[in-house]
Ligand binder design. Sequence first.
Ligand code: FEO
Ligand code: CA
Ligand code: CA
Ligand code: CA
Length: 664
Amino acid sequence: GGVTRAPGSDLTFQPVEQNFLDELVTANGYRYSVVMRWGDPVLPGAPPFRIDRQTPEAQAMQFGYNCDYIGFLPLDDRDRQALLVVNHEYTNEQLMFAGVAGESAPTTPEQKRIAMMAHGISVVEVQRHGKTGEWRPVRNGRRNRRITTDTPMELTGPAAGSPYLRTSADPRGRTVLGTLNNCAGGMTPWGTTLHGEENFNQYFGTATPITESAKEPRLARYGVSTTRPPGRRWDEVDPRFDLAREPNEVNRFGWVVEVDPYDPTSTPKKRTALGRFKHEGANVQIAEDGRVVAYSGDDERFDYIYKFVSRKTYRPGTDSASRAHNLTLLEDGDLYVARFVGDSPTGEIDGSGELPADGELDGYGEWIPLVEDGRAMIPGKDVAWVLTFTRLAADRLGKQLDANGDFPDPANPVVVDAALVPTKMDRPEDIQVNPVNGRVYAALTNNSNRTGVNGRPGADEANPITRSYAFEPADEEAGTPATFEQQPGNRNGHVIEWEETGSASGTSFTWRIFLVCGDPQFPGTYFAGYDRSKVSAISCPDNLEFDPAGNLWISTDGNVLSVRNQAVGTLGGTNDGLFAVPTEGPERGYLKAFLTVPLGAECSGPLITRDARSVFVAVQHPGETTGSTVENPSSRWPDFQAYRPFPRPSVAVVYRTDGGRVGS
Ligand code: FEO
Ligand code: CA
Ligand code: CA
Ligand code: CA
């Protein structure tokens, strides 16, 4: 109550239908243009892109692969010039190089080095084109930059220099080369960008299998293989990725990286104070007391949501002294992990599809400290340990521990204080603060293992889905019509919202579930109470964005929706897309599909400019389907070349043909 809808918040566009098209499909009245595609020149002197003549040197000067997060930093007051800051999360070698048979097929040393240069971050100067929201790159922009696995970065904060981060190449434990698997991110009020290092585990391996203690599974808890899995095998070309030769290199990834894109010579900073896990991203807000609050999800089944609160306070102002001060804010502060407590006896929405008796999946929450006032909250462990092995630390909260801070019996941890145990979530992805109502929103993308059977966790009120529905095709022989069936797990994900109690830097909050995703014609889906017959189907929410009016925009990754098609029965996994939904007013929950991305792609990045005339999206991994290769790709977007067709992950900008605000 009390919050009214912001002016200009109407979302009047006609929704896009679910489809399997190899095209970026926008709502009527909108147009898109490709801004940057894989291989486009970023730095002066970059050679033209040739898929069959690619080199590491060329790739290091060109736009990288699999664009994800998009940051947007204005260069002028009139919004004619800006910097795009784009993550390149990972590479699909089978779609980059001829002759690579599939996802885990072997690659040559040269191909591995090209892939390394296709990771990282691009900074690209862009300018508005014409009177609409279209933007185009500025050739050889002065601040253009490529950050790759070769770029030196400084480790900052309490874990920097600790024994856990020292390597033979860096005995001081303060300088790392590169950033890996940058997924989502955020912008700070002082004009920097934050980049989460997510699935860094896949880059490490060893020919000499490692045995680690069950008491402290530093590798296993992060999904790092203790042997040599097929696939990337970067250890074959760079020994620092060999876990046996360089055991601490892996500890230097899994952080949040802060970049100052305005200064192309600046050294990116890994912010150890925010903890180490599979950081989806990080988004900040300034609390009432001036401290900086950063939210970050750990994207793994049954992992946690975290909050960092800076020790020092934000200084408004763009003078160089204020900016220099603000650039240190993420170096030091408290780290918390979230506990969500439901207020209803049973939190399950699935099965009957009934909400709890109080009509809401909701409750209160607490931020449980891991590091507070410079002290580690796990007895027997130091702050650097808690920040470097944050997953192990969060697992220990509220449990019985020995004098070393370990479980006496790791196979059977004993809870001694349930109020200190954080909540295992359904793959926390992007977290974003609504600029209009101040609430925080987190996407929980899915959890195939939340089934409540075979020893796996069941539902709680914050993660209330253990069964989801999917279409089942007609069986002509048996004479059964197309129908739908229940499948185990939270297949379509959900979105949760919370409001901090008192101050954003405080330690308690109230929460409720905003959306339970899925096909709205099935029981158990929920759109903030809005009439389900009117909304678009949505599956696997991933990145979040707000327009200036406070509407939530949600991009999806891995849509498992199927559409009933009279001719072929069921088709699974329609194209991912971008959706918009009001968070306030009579249309709260009225979710509509705004665009869909080409076949095999996920939609990421979404970035809405402050004038609301442009929506940037990153079309990540078009053509990433089973058996799709350079020779026989399932997508040819965006070039649709006749000779050697292959897809190119690209950033596109979507705008109204009449130059109006997007959404309206
Ligand atoms: Fe890279 Fe969690 O999505
Ligand atoms: Ca409730
Ligand atoms: Ca993501
Ligand atoms: Ca994802």
